[in-house]
Design a protein around this ligand. Sequence first.
Ligand SMILES: *Cc1c(COP(=O)(O)O)cnc(C)c1O
Length: 378
Amino acid sequence: MIPGPTPVPENVLNCMSKHPIGHRSGDFQELVEKTTKQLKWLHQTNGEVLTITGSGTAAMEAGIINTLSKGDEVICGDNGKFGERWVKVSKAYGLNVKVIKADWGQPLDPNQFKKLLEEDINKNIKAVIMTHSETSTGVINDLQAINHEVKNHGKAIMIADCVTSLGACNIPMDEWGIDVIASGSQKGYMIPPGLSFVAMSKKAWDANAVSNLPKFYLDLKLYLKTVNKNSNPFTPAINLYFALEESLTMMQKEGLNNIFARHARHRNATQAGMKAMGFNLFAKEGFGSPAITAVQPEDIDAESIRKSIKNDYDILLAGGQDHLKGKIFRIGHLGFVNDRDIISVVSALESTLDKMGKLKSPVGQGIAKTISVLNNES
Ligand SMILES: *Cc1c(COP(=O)(O)O)cnc(C)c1O
C-alpha cells in the first residue's frame, strides 16, 4: 500500500505477457487510436494527450521544456518533495524561478499566487508550476483556486503535476482551463511504471510555438505529429500499451464519478481509523490527498511501525522522505484498491501497535470508525 507503483490487476498483468507487436504496424495504430481516446476521456479534454515512454518526471520535464524559453519567469509552488523537484527542473533549464513555499504538511496558499500574479502588471510571468497531490506529505493543493488566479493573470499558463491526483479526484482539464497536465502510469492508472502522459491545451501549444528550450527525445511536436497518425516518434514500451488499454477500459466501466467517490471514501475511512487510534494526520485538516494518507505517530519511530507491519502482515507502507524519515508513515490508497485493503491496513496497524504496547485506544476503536465510514458513505 505505497503510493506508487500501485497494485496492478491480474487481467492488466496478463495483457502484457504477449509478444510485442511492431510499433509501425496497423495493430499498434489501432491501440494508439483507442488509448488516445481513452486518455482524453480520463483527462476530460478535447485537446491532445501524448504518451511518452519514461517515468512521470519525463512528462513534467516535457511540459516545461515544450512551453517555456530560457530566462522565462515562472512561479513554482513547493510544499514537499515533488514541489522541490519542479524547482530543480526549472532551474536546470535556466528559468527565472520564483518559489512559493508552504511547510511540509500544509497546503499552498492561493493568495500568495494571487499577490505575485497581480503584481506582475508587465505580464512577465510565463507559467505557474505546481504539484496537485503532494505525495510526500499527503496534501492535496487547491489546484482549482490557484488556477483561477492564473486565469485572472491571463498570460501565464498552468503546468500541473497530477501524477497522484489524476484518476483519484475530479480534474476537468478543459472546464477549468488547465494548460499542461503531467501524469505517470504507475499511479492512478494501475499499470506498471514506464509510461507517462502530457495533456496540452491550445494555449500550451501557442506557447510551444515560441519555446526555445533544448529538446529532442521529449520534443512534443514530434509526439503530436505522430499521434495524429496513431503512432509514436520512437519505439515505445509497447507491452505497457497493452496494459494501458486494459486498465483504461476497466476505468471506463467503473466511471469517473464512481472512481472519484471510491478514492474519497477510502481516504475518509483511512483518516477516521487513524484518528480513532489516537494518531495525528500529517496533512492539514481538509487537505488530505485522495491518494495517500500520511500519519504522524507521537512517541514511536514510524520506521519501526513500518517494519513490524511488513514482517507480521506483509503490508508495505511508505516512509517519510528527507527530514520526515522516522517521523511519518504513509498509506497509499490509490488506483486498484478496494474496501478489503482499507480494512486490512487499519486492522493490521491496530494489531501492530497493540503488539508494540503503543496503542492509545482500546483494540478495535480504529477499525470500528473505518467500517462506519465505509458503510455509511457507500
Ligand atoms: C510519483 C510521482 C511523480 C513521478 O515520479 P517518477 O518517479 O518520475 O515516476 C511526480 N510527482 C508526484 C507527485 C509523484 O507522486
